[in-house]
Design a binder for this molecule. Structure first.
Ligand SMILES: *Cc1c(COP(=O)(O)O)cnc(C)c1O
Length: 385
């Protein structure tokens, strides 16, 4: 008997009620052990760098040279030369004075928002921002207002009504569940007009978008986009995240961010692997070209099948199925064919907006995408029966 039932305590009731509610609304998640043998349209390793032998070797070398773990936080003595080298390389790539490494993107967003905002600050967020940005705002204690998705007039209206001295506009660069790209020029112009700072979380844009693959803010100065967040676990294929900006900003985050201070520095092998990823992605633009072609092939095929595509030109290609049960049925059908696709349901997306989240990658072959499309076509035909 589970311990809470034998103890006859109310915790048992609470847990089973929560479970029943999630099961009823088709939200209960079951993890699958990824055996690495299915056709993968679910991961965010857009450029295929996670399995690149050079990146893996750099990780092993980094571990042999510096240790499997950093041993301490950055502010004690865990800040190693490989972390420093990675921060310098990231800053240079992004055209910012400084970059500061975090262990995950979730922690970067919590830490940066907590360091910058307080209950006297006002935060303005896109409705569809990533959960870590919402949680960071909550942690900071600043009141948060949500503007309609990519609606610059709504943002303008909210800013015009707000008199707080310190205001922060926050948006995903590429929206993680929709794949569309924020209007960086619009966000920047409106923020500047209202003397607000702009923070862009470009987790899915860095490594993928822009001439130099520096993401959707490439070409924007730090006056235009003062706070830039990127993560390393997606296109760069490793793990971790950074905030990039002027020295004053980065120093402030370094001093005041609790999720920076009170945690062990990223394992040095990971930093070493990321340095190699960064070199490869800059030296091999053909990876991005392949990715573009794959996105084009998928969209073209999906369109002719009449699949519910979204407005997205990025590797994130959601199929908007709406209903939770329908989304699970399609995902199961794909799984039977050994194809992995994310089945995204509330609370990751609003109710009734469940979707299959297809992610294209540079290493997909034409026939892989054909097989995916064929199976999706079967799902559609089954429904018509
Ligand atoms: C994935 C993601 C994060 C979190 O990054 P992790 O390194 O996985 O913790 C933050 N923001 C956005 C927009 C993301 O998509």
């Amino acid at each position: 008997m589970p311990v809470f039932e034998s103890a006859g305590c109310s915790w048992g009731k609470r847990l089973s009620a929560a479970r029943a509610e999630y099961e009823r609304s088709q939200r209960w998640r079951v993890r699958q052990v990824n055996q690495g043998n299915s056709l993968d349209f679910a991961s965010n390793d857009y450029l295929g760098l996670a399995l690149d032998p050079r990146v893996c070797e750099a990780q092993a070398k980094g571990a042999r040279r510096f240790g499997a773990g950093a041993g301490a936080s950055h502010l004690v003595n865990g800040h190693l030369s490989v972390h420093e080298a990675l921060e310098v390389a990231l800053a240079e790539w992004l055209g910012r004075e400084r970059a500061l490494l975090f262990s995950t993107g979730y922690m970067a967003n919590l830490g940066v928002l907590q360091a910058l905002a307080d209950p006297h600050t006002a935060i303005f967020q896109d409705r569809l921002n990533h959960a870590s940005l919402i949680d960071g705002a909550t942690l900071s204690g600043a009141p948060s207002r949500r503007f309609h998705h990519c609606d610059m007039a709504d943002l303008q209206r909210l800013l015009a009504r707000n008199e707080r001295e310190h205001r922060l506009v926050v948006s995903d660069g590429v929206f993680s569940m929709d794949g569309d790209v924020a209007d960086i020029a619009g966000l920047s112009a409106i923020s500047r007009k209202h003397r607000a700072w702009l923070m862009i979380d470009d987790a899915h844009g860095v490594g993928v978008l822009g001439e130099r693959a520096a993401g959707c803010t490439e070409g924007f100065t730090s006056a235009e986009v003062p706070i830039l967040i990127g993560t390393l676990g997606k296109a760069l294929g490793t793990a971790g995240a950074f905030v990039a900006g002027d020295t004053a900003l980065v120093e402030h985050v370094l001093q005041f961010s609790r999720s920076y201070t009170y945690t062990t520095a990223q394992p040095p092998g990971v930093a070493s692997a990321t340095l190699t990823s960064l070199e490869i992605l800059q030296a091999e633009p053909e990876r991005r070209h392949r990715l573009r072609e794959n996105i084009g092939q998928f969209r073209c095929g999906a369109q002719s099948l009449g699949l519910p595509l979204a407005q997205s030109e990025t590797p994130i290609q959601p199929l908007l199925l709406g209903d939770e049960a329908r989304t699970l049925r399609w995902a199961d059908e794909l799984k039977c064919q050994n194809i992995a696709v994310g089945a995204i349901r509330p609370p990751s997306v609003p109710r009734g907006q469940s979707r299959l989240r297809v992610t294209l990658r540079a290493c997909h072959r034409r026939k892989d995408i054909d097989r995916l499309l064929e199976t999706l076509g079967q799902c559609l035909r089954k429904e018509a029966l």
